[in-house]
Design a protein around this ligand. Structure first.
Ligand code: ATP
Ligand code: MG
Length: 281
């Protein structure tokens, strides 16, 4: 059986959970990854990976450790150049563009390890990201007239992600849940159309993870498109419209979360228990 083909058929028929518009009907996809391959020495980290994300869709990109999820996000963000393949944002090729030009084109990526500038306040950290995008440079971003508007926008974004109370405090010594929300605010400060999240829920307890997943899911209400790499399958299944499963650098399956989680090859790729847990079994 070819699980990917099977689930794609489901999806075309309008599987439950597909709340986002189909790329074929609603204009170009917000993000398209086509035939992407990347080799690290002897390791084929990505092997002909392709998928599309519709505008306003929440796509979960999952797979076991070492499957190539982070590598795929980094290729999209322009950190790694693929050996082969194409990346399009809203129908426009971004191949060959350096990471900052991709940010300018509407792409933001969050990192699993949040590293704020600890000598600055939480608001200043967000203001820096906003100013960087606006003023096109770190120094210009943070001197003179840019500082006021940047801090005002930072406060709005901190309120949006639910940590307004921390705005003027230092970025050091705050709980992990606050740091994670700061990372979301910094990504939003780049005024993206597509946000790539790399394991944002890692390290959080289940209540915090659910709340952060709700926040990430709510970003599509603001017109954003979300790609969520996560090992917390329960939350991915709960908040995503569609899943793409990577294994050993290849797309193993794609489709509606509940359908994908029942594919034997997907269950086998994981420990099994995790999948059963996500299905509420
Ligand atoms: N810069 C690099 N140089 C060499 N090999 C790398 C590099 N980055 C990743 N790899 C390898 O590529 C493979 C895919 O790694 P990647 O980090 O993309 O996996 P992942 O799906 O994100 O895994 P995890 O769930 O553990 O984060 C792994 O075997 C990894 O060791
Ligand atoms: Mg990873």
């Amino acid at each position: 059986m070819n699980p990917a083909a099977e689930v794609r058929t489901d999806q075309a028929a309008g599987a439950p959970g597909m709340s986002a518009p189909s790329p074929a009907v609603g204009g170009p996809p917000a993000l398209e990854v086509r035939g992407v391959s990347l080799r690290f020495g002897g390791l084929q980290a990505l092997d002909d990976v392709g998928f599309q994300v519709a505008p306003g869709e929440r796509l979960g990109l999952i797979g076991p450790n070492g499957a190539g999820k982070t590598t795929c996000l980094r290729v999209i963000a322009g950190v790694f150049a693929p050996d082969r393949g194409r990346i399009c944002l809203a129908g426009q090729s971004i191949d060959g563009l350096p990471p900052h030009r991709r940010v300018g084109a509407g792409l933001a990526m969050t990192n699993q390890i949040v590293r704020p500038l600890r000598s600055m306040s939480i608001a200043e950290n967000v203001a820096l990201a906003w100013g960087h995008r606006r003023a096109g440079g770190l120094l210009r971003a943070f001197v003179r007239a840019e500082r006021g508007p940047a801090l005002a926008r930072a406060r709005e974004l901190l309120a949006r992600v639910g940590i307004a109370d921390y705005a003027d405090g230092p970025a050091s010594g705050v709980p992990l849940g606050v740091l994670k929300r700061l990372e979301v605010a910094r990504a939003l400060a780049l005024e993206p159309r597509v946000v790539l999240f790399d394991e944002p829920l890692a390290g959080l307890n289940s209540i915090e993870a659910t709340r952060l997943a709700d926040l990430i899911a709510s970003l599509t209400d603001d017109g954003l498109t979300v790609v969520l790499v996560e090992h917390n399958l329960r939350e991915v299944v709960r908040v995503c419209d569609r899943l793409v499963v990577l294994e050993s650098g290849r797309v193993l399956a794609e489709g509606a979360p509940a359908t994908v989680m029942r594919i034997p090859e997907v269950i086998a790729a994981y420990v099994g228990e995790e999948v059963a847990d996500a299905r509420g079994a």
